[in-house]
Design a protein around this ligand. Structure first.
Ligand code: TIU
Length: 224
């Protein structure tokens, strides 16, 4: 059986390829004027993962393997946004308020779209999620079960918020999860490192991590 040379020990690849799950690579988090900057963050810290995720996507698309994109998105009437979530953050504009890229974190607004370099193609899932975790109030678990997918490879932002929450949800549902170290980023570099460490601690208590190079090499060898 082929493996990815991952931390804390090799990650075994099954016959059915792992899905690539790209979390929330939206303009709202990586461009000035979106939700991320409304929360007071330096959004430029996140842009360096875009070319790395592009590389992973190219391999997945060439080998015709399953790709799932997620977006943190609320309905226009905010019926799926708990008031507690909207109140959170010490910012002048909140979820649903108008900003330079449209209403913050609202499905269909320009700022809620995935960045141009990583736009989903036909045949790839594009899942709008009202929570930080991608399993909460979405069809993600049913999609994975229908396709017989047991292993998930994660990329996207931010490491300790939506990525980690989703990985923990997936881990509790029995999926074998791996996070690509250079394909995820946080507004807080120390939180990214702490998240990688806590995922792999205690013998992969939440899952594995590996570099994009290690992942691509093993995926091409196994499924190419
Ligand atoms: N604020 C922050 O770090 N993240 C989020 O609000 N959402 C995601 O991580 N996608």
């Amino acid at each position: 059986m082929n493996t990815i040379n991952a931390k804390p020990y090799p990650y075994s690849l099954p016959d059915k390829a792992p899905a690539l799950i790209i979390i929330d690579m939206q303009r709202d988090f990586v461009e000035t004027g979106g939700f991320g900057s409304a929360l007071g963050n330096d959004v430029t810290l996140l842009t360096k993962v875009i070319p790395v995720i592009e590389k992973l996507l190219r391999v997945y698309r060439r080998l015709n393997l399953p790709v799932i994109h997620t977006r943190e998105a609320h309905q226009a009437d905010l019926s799926d946004c708990p008031p507690s979530k909207r109140r959170r953050g010490n910012c002048s504009i909140k979820i649903g308020d108008p900003g330079p890229m449209g209403r913050l974190l609202i499905d269909g607004e320009p700022g809620n779209n995935i960045v141009p370099a990583l736009q989903p193609l036909e045949g790839e899932y594009d899942i709008a999620k009202p929570g930080k975790g991608a399993f909460y109030a979405t069809p993600l678990h049913d999609i994975l079960k229908q396709q017989g997918i047991t292993h998930l490879i994660f990329a996207g932002v931010t490491t300790e918020v939506c990525v980690q929450t989703t990985m923990r949800e997936a881990n509790d549902r029995g999926f074998e999860c791996l996070l690509v170290e250079d394909a995820t980023e946080s507004y807080f570099p120390e939180f990214k490192q702490a998240t990688l460490d806590m995922i792999t601690a205690q013998g992969a208590i939440v899952g594995w991590t590996a570099t994009s190079e290690q992942v691509i090499q093993a995926i091409e060898k196994t499924y190419g």
